[in-house]
Design a protein. Sequence first.
Length: 499
Amino acid sequence: MKTVNHWIGGKTVEGTSGNYGPVTDPATGAVTTQVALASLEEVDAAVAAAKDAYATWGTSSLAARTAVLFRYRALLDARRDDIAALITAEHGKVHSDALGEVARGLEIVELACGITTQLKGELSTQVSSRVDVSSIRQSLGVVAGITPFNFPAMVPMWMFPLAIACGNTFVLKPSEKDPSAANLLAELAAEAGLPDGVLNVLHGDKVAVDGLLNHLDVAAVSFVGSTPIARYIHTTASANGKRVQALGGAKNHMLVLPDADLDAAADAAVSAAYGSAGERCMAISAVVAVGAIGDELVARIKERAEKIKIGPGNDPTSEMGPLITAAHRDKVASYVTGAAAQGADVVLDGTGYTVDGFQDGHWIGLSLLDHVSTDSDAYKDEIFGPVLCVLRAETYEEGVALMNASPFGNGTAIFTRDGGAARRFQLEIEAGMVGVNVPIPVPVGYHSFGGWKDSLFGDHHIYGNDGVHFYTRGKVVTTRWPDPADAPAGVDLGFPRNH
């Protein structure tokens, strides 16, 4: 059986803890790989390699760093199919989704290639007599990233390219459920000329996570995952004096007003709710239908959802793949049956879905729940699967109030033809990312990604300007030099005197 080991100090390092985790093919349910789970000693080794590398990388020129990143970007582009294939094999998403993930990660590598403009300082001259003040940004040291299973390439690339471009060194702890993509990203970085130890990949479970959170030589931690774990990461790392950006869970709403293009809204709801099998923090999981359009909107969503072809991710005809594990599949299914018991109308029930020839895969079909109550578990919890809840509201104000009452504030959208309503919505809604007739408003790389309320712990969003600020710290220098003309011997520029 294949074993995924750590990448430390520029080379593959076999696990020594004796502990391994299973990696399954979600389409078949078969265990295809095992991944080494790090001990605290291996955490120390990875951090030590990063600390040693920082001694030279932290003082390297911007030109040297960006030269590596430009070569890295070219290698990633050339190998995007290989990266996507690893994602499909271990996560289960269809190949086109996996390619889209790689493309979004590449955006941040491209942003990192232009880091020279992002790190420019400021200078004020003559703030007082012969006094100048400058502001500069400097790297932090060793930083860590803890990333989720749903985007095993994209989310790491949201972190480490900017971090290393800013002069830091990085320890990545990817999900142990689909670890192989992270290793390939590190290997390609080494091929691009990244010095040994600048990027390290440490596989593991809670032992590795806690080891990084408590390590004295780790200056900052980036995290993407569920809200309970984000809160834990933020609390623990902050208590240890670390800078933290911890992105948590979501319950993203889409408000559909009576004047909306219902075909466009239905298309958007299907793609946003069921794309990547709903395993993404920006999925639309709750549609709020305003006024009398609810029944017609639900009918159009149902019509489209029934046409989605579910199958193995490496089948080019598949539009949705399986879920990551059987346990997660069963948990998602429980929300559908639970919603029915709590009064929702089950318009589509995907809980009994299977694929011929792949009966042991982690399959679930698309579920559509109507007339869902805000007290329902299917509404309150982040399901992270292909389940769409539809709620009803009589007015715009009622819909916005319902949405703002959610403890989550990650992403949201409004569908309307009314510019005034859209403008009002973007100001009144309590969420970090807003779409106007755009169902999944993930910002491009040069803007920052992040939510509000229980969807974010820490002061900085990820990538964009916030990412650069997170991975650097500011320093202000005030300088006063005496004028050479005031020296007793006058101006002396140090040239030899020929007397």
